[in-house]
Ligand binder design. Structure first.
Ligand code: AMP
Length: 217
């Protein structure tokens, strides 16, 4: 059983989810578990897992439920997550994964599933300008002049554009979000665990909205 604060953050790519997760994980002192970051690290290390998922990630598809569930099961079994809880980012992405998560967390039910709501039209520009720290996952927006090299203000890691932030891949991921991930909204809504949050506003405003919900739980 997992103890502590257990939060899932849902939302389209480009909704500001990554930025909020980095901040929330520091605020509540819980590990920020991003399946996308874990998979990208595996690709960089050229591990067997990385080699098996590189193509799917690059094209904006979804990695198989079985594989991703095992990855999360292993990660949530580690001491920090068992003791402190977790903040899940990018998982679950399908109803099958959500069902598996309930099974993995057992009695330690989720405190809240936050759905960060940002219209699709707004996220396209944000995603094209998105830059991400390779080490800590902090998100940045590139201006007209892109710094090169760019180091992370938080940890000094390399700030880069993700390989899958191409227009084709972005559109495919947004389409997949509608078909695969949107049913999660229904799944969590039906069990009264879903809290929609308006994701339009400054990062401070959105952070305030999210923490007020979590604090009330
Ligand atoms: P993200 O950083 O969350 O946007 O994830 C990047 C990519 O990793 C996605 O486009 C998928 O190819 C893959 N991925 C991450 N999390 C999952 C998941 N829960 N289920 C399936 N594929 C995933």
């Amino acid at each position: 059983m997992t103890k502590g604060t257990r939060i899932v953050l849902l939302g389209r790519q480009g909704s500001g989810k990554g930025t909020q997760c980095v901040r929330l994980s520091r605020h509540y002192v819980v590990p920020h578990i991003s399946t996308g970051d874990m998979l990208r690290a595996a690709v960089r290390e050229d591990s067997p897992l990385g080699r098996s998922v590189a193509e799917v990630i690059g094209s904006g598809g979804l990695v198989s439920d079985d594989l991703i569930v095992e990855l999360v099961r292993e990660r949530l079994g580690k001491a920090d997550a068992r003791r402190r809880g977790f903040l899940l980012d990018g998982f679950p992405r399908t109803v099958a994964q959500a069902v598996a998560l309930d099974d993995i967390s057992g009695d330690g039910a989720l405190n809240a599933v936050i759905d960060l709501v940002v219209p699709r039209e707004m996220v396209l520009d944000r995603l094209s300008a998105r830059r991400v720290c390779r080490d800590c996952g902090a998100n940045y927006q590139a201006g007209p002049v892109v710094r090169s090299p760019w180091t992370c203000d938080t940890c000094g890691g390399d700030v880069v554009q993700r390989d899958d932030d191409t227009p084709e891949s972005i559109n495919r991921r947004l389409d997949l979000y509608e078909t695969q991930t949107a049913p999660l909204i229904e799944f969590y809504g039906a069990t009264n665990r879903l809290f929609p949050v308006d994701g339009v506003g400054t990062p401070d405003q959105v952070f305030e909205r999210i923490t007020s919900i979590i604090d009330a739980r």
